[in-house]
Design a protein around this ligand. Structure first.
Ligand SMILES: [Cu+2]
Length: 492
């Protein structure tokens, strides 16, 4: 204590003289003693604190760094090879930094000196190493961290550049190690820290290559052919389909500021990261220092990152996607941010009106008196089936899929649906009113939202007749009477 306070005094004196010198020689630039002291401390810290790094699993990130000086930070990261869920009913042997995909989030400060320990669990079948893009040095650390199962390697590095960096395994075959999930993010906070926000989350995209197609059940092996063709069966956030939906959704309150640390492990695809219904106020493009304002979609390269910030102004569900949109709706790259709080109708009104639009000269003019649109009326079951087929393609197929098979974890099947066949009235009600909340279909839980669609009773009868007479459902005809009754008795 005493020693360091005398040190301080000597240093302050030195700073004082140095500062006077600067002030005398350069009057245009006001430099305070405190600033000079700080810069001296930065350059040669006296006694560096030794800190054990706090590591977190996605979507959580360690707390912001409040230290004003660099420290010696000890990072211990353990590689394990584990079987985990890729999607409902689909398993995969992931190779992980810390037990899950993406790897643990590491948070350090510019000029920190990191003592990095890489442990490879004795049960692993492969050697692994680590290349941290935040490291200046051969292989980003890979050259010093080749670690056989049951071994631990150690190396030190100094975090020279602030930014959000990807780390990944770089053991041959490199592509396969990355394709199996060996990547994560390390944040090097700038000396001055990042501006305070209310919520911070960790989201990392990756593409996966399985022998079976999307949704094919069971333990799926890695498919080298598909990886070479860059034709993934899965593109997901945080290691699995549904990792950020339903109960796993990110949350925020109206008025809060949100920062997403977004990474892309690849191995192959570039992400067009977008949050449906939000505009990023700030994007630290490619995880660097430059901030772009008012961005809709930001590119996150394979092996790259971005930091996005926005304020939650309007309550509702916001969907995180790779805007290469088939990946989102058909391969898993879809997450959810639930924003709760009061509405401000000035910012977003919700639907105010839905009325018939008939431009002048429009051909739809047979019933000028009527407020309802002219729709084809089915006079028999065959006609219902015919019309229902088109209605299905236009209104349902995007979610429930062409053969009514649905998408596991997101959209329940209509094909052989026990939910549907057990109570057709209830199903009609679902189509007429929409549905929110948890339901069980063929043994799978769904906890999502089916929107209220704008269909007439006639159209509902047709599309439901079509659904009931296809894909192994129990048949029958749904007519106008059924729809009216079902609507009247519907409660959910
Ligand atoms: Cu590896």
């Amino acid at each position: 204590m005493k020693r360091s306070s005398t040190h301080k005094l000597v240093q302050l004196l030195a700073v004082g003289i140095y500062g006077l010198g600067i002030l005398a020689s350069c009057s245009s630039k006001a430099t305070t003693n405190a600033e000079i002291l700080k810069s001296i401390e930065e350059a040669n810290p006296k006694e560096m604190a030794v800190i054990e790094a706090e590591l977190t699993d996605a979507p959580l990130v360690p707390a912001p760094i409040t230290r004003k000086t660099p420290a010696k930070v000890v990072v211990r990261l353990e590689v394990t090879e584990v079987v985990k869920k890729m999607a409902d009913g689909v398993d995969y042997t992931f190779w992980t930094f810390g037990g899950s995909v993406p790897g643990k989030f590491i948070r350090i400060r510019e000029n920190d000196e990191v003592e990095f320990h890489l442990m490879n669990h004795p049960d692993s079948k492969n050697p692994h190493n680590i290349d941290l893009h935040a490291v200046t040095g051969p292989g980003g650390g890979a050259a010093s961290t080749f670690t056989a199962p049951g071994h631990e390697t150690v190396f030190n590095f100094k975090a020279l550049n602030p930014g959000l960096y990807v780390y990944h395994c770089a053991t041959a075959p490199v592509g396969m190690h990355i394709a199996n999930g060996m990547y994560g993010l390390i944040l090097v906070e700038p000396k001055e820290g990042l501006p305070k926000v209310d919520k911070e989350y960790y989201v990392m995209q990756g593409d996966f290559y399985t022998k079976g197609a999307f949704g094919a059940p069971g333990l799926q092996p890695f498919d080298m052919e598909k990886a070479l063709d860059e034709n993934p069966s899965y593109v997901v956030f945080n290691g699995s389909v549904g990792s950020l939906t339903g109960d796993n959704a990110l949350t925020a309150k109206v008025g809060e500021t949100i920062r997403l640390f977004v990474g892309n492990g690849g191995p192959n695809l570039v992400s067009s990261f977008h949050v449906i219904g939000e505009i990023f106020d700030n994007v630290y493009t490619e995880g660097g220092t430059k901030i772009h304002n008012n961005v809709q979609t930001t590119l996150v390269p394979a092996g790259g990152s971005a930091i996005t910030e926005f304020k939650a102004d309007v309550p509702g569900n916001y969907v995180l996607v790779d805007h290469s949109i088939f990946r989102a709706f058909n391969k898993g790259a879809l997450g959810m941010l639930k924003v709760e709080g009061g509405e401000d109708k000035k910012l977003y009104s919700g639907l105010i009106e839905d009325r018939i639009y008939q431009p002048e000269g429009s051909t739809v003019q047979e019933m000028p008196q009527s407020a309802t649109p002219k729709a084809a009326i089915a006079s028999n079951k065959d006609m219902r089936l015919e019309l229902g087929k088109t209605l299905y393609a236009q209104n349902c197929q995007a979610c429930h899929q062409a053969e009514g098979q649905g998408i596991k974890g997101a959209f329940p099947p209509l094909a052989k649906s026990d939910f549907l066949n057990a109570d057709v009235n209830r199903a009609i009600g679902v189509v007429a009113h929409g549905l929110e909340g948890q339901i069980k279909v063929n043994g799978e839980l769904y906890n999502s939202t089916m929107p209220k669609l704008k269909l007439t009773d006639e159209e509902i009868a047709n599309v439901m007749t079509f659904v009931m007479n296809n894909w192994g459902n129990k048949g029958g005809e749904v007519n106008l009477e059924h729809v009216k009754k079902a609507k009247a008795s519907y409660k959910h």
